[in-house]
Design a protein around this ligand. Sequence first.
Ligand SMILES: CC(C)(COP(=O)(O)OP(=O)(O)OC[C@H]1O[C@@H](n2cnc3c(N)ncnc32)[C@H](O)[C@@H]1OP(=O)(O)O)[C@@H](O)C(=O)NCCC(=O)NCCS
Length: 181
Amino acid sequence: MEHLDEGARPERVDALVALVEASFRDAADSDEARIVSDLARSIIATTPASDLKVCSALSDGARRAVILFTRMHPAESGRSVFLLSPVAVATDAQGQGVGSGLIAFGLERLRQDGADTVVTYGDPSFYGRLGFAALDPDAVPPPHPLSQPVGWIGQALDGGAVRPMSGPLKTVPAFDRPDIW
Ligand SMILES: CC(C)(COP(=O)(O)OP(=O)(O)OC[C@H]1O[C@@H](n2cnc3c(N)ncnc32)[C@H](O)[C@@H]1OP(=O)(O)O)[C@@H](O)C(=O)NCCC(=O)NCCS
């Protein structure tokens, strides 16, 4: 599996969005698939290049997995914090380490770019294997009230503890919707 840091300019947005839609349709249902794939399209369409990173896993040149990272804006200056969401692996490529490998690749690229922290909102049992741990919402306040507080997780990219933040993290516009938190 080849890993590609596409920056903010994925070559084929429609193929990327279709991969997200199919992956979530098979894993969840068509409503969730539509919500997440619409979100992916909106992230790519509306996020400034400096605030977006797209990484893909390719096999024989075909995209088999994709992950989006968007910048979060803490109250403090001098921090570089990203949100990992969404990540999707083609259904027939799941359970073979593709998702874990792509997440590890993306985290390393963000670290090289100077990011200090990555947060996400997902299943702690999956992300826990990849260095993510529960975030204290008082120390790292989420952008909106969470419907599933257990899913608020993150990690510092220097291997230490996540440094606290003094106010809610602000998202890029595509994520600034209370209904998806
Ligand atoms: C979740 C997902 C990204 C994981 O990628 P993957 O390539 O299938 O996972 P890997 O092969 O790297 O890791 C597999 C391990 O993670 C576990 N795992 C996979 N999906 C999981 C989930 N949603 N929750 C908990 N554990 C999960 C598997 O049970 C497996 O464990 P095992 O090694 O003990 O058998 C992928 O399955 C996927 O795209 N699913 C549909 C979309 C989705 O749910 N995206 C994540 C939310 S944003």
